[in-house]
Ligand binder design. Structure first.
Ligand code: ADP
Ligand code: MG
Length: 188
């Protein structure tokens, strides 16, 4: 979560630029504020298990971020954390399964599917590749985010633009890539 907060902080301007093209130019600032609050909360009261870290992080995001991405990423982290349960250690297979449960919860909450030009276009391929390696997940998520460029948005604020949403990368798909990049960074 600290690595995600740092990555979001570094990339906030880029995320906001993407959101300026097809949204309301707040995705970078939303996530920067949200993950900074997550990092602060986890530092103040470090949870004792991986699942509890993710559950606390998700709760913090939901209460800090007003935009669509707050509840969506909050749900991702919370459901992933709850699926991990109170295990003291998590193996690769358990993590992959929990992450896919988290991604499924995002799809359910937002009513979106891959191809709708949302964060799911990176989260779904990334979480499906994560059992192979974090690097494979990062590559798959990045490819998924890039593939949102020619899509027409069917969910979220960008969908109001209709045809004019074509030709821009989805900001939430790009920010999702940062989650996988943080996994690669920390594992290394
Ligand atoms: P807002 O749209 O409220 O300004 P943000 O700018 O922080 O919130 O986040 C926008 C991102 O949220 C989009 O780029 C998209 O990836 C994601 N998003 C929006 N609606 C949905 C949805 N229904 N399902 C999945 N992701 C969504
Ligand atoms: Mg926005």
């Amino acid at each position: 979560m600290a690595a995600v907060a740092a990555a979001v902080d570094r990339e906030a301007d880029r995320l906001t630029e993407l959101d300026a093209a097809i949204g309301d130019a707040d995705h970078g600032s939303n996530l920067k504020r949200g993950f900074a609050a997550v990092a602060t909360a986890l530092d103040a009261e470090p949870p004792s298990t991986p699942g509890a870290v993710l559950t606390a992080a998700g709760r913090q995001l939901i209460s800090t971020v007003g935009g669509a991405s707050g509840p969506l990423y909050g749900t991702l982290l919370r459901r992933t954390g709850k699926t991990l349960g109170d295990a003291a250690e998590v193996d690769a297979a358990g993590f992959g399964a929990a992450l896919r449960a988290g991604v499924a919860a995002v799809a359910q909450l937002g009513g979106a599917a891959p191809g709708d030009k949302t964060m799911l276009d990176a989260l779904v391929p990334g979480s499906e590749a994560v059992d192979a390696s974090f690097a494979a997940a990062l590559a798959a998520a990045d490819a998924g985010a890039r593939a949102t460029v020619p899509l027409r948005a069917r969910k979220g604020r960008a969908s109001y633009l209709g045809e004019r949403s074509v030709g821009h990368e989805d900001p939430g798909a790009r920010s999702s890539v940062l989650l996988f990049a943080a996994l690669v960074e920390v594992a290394a």
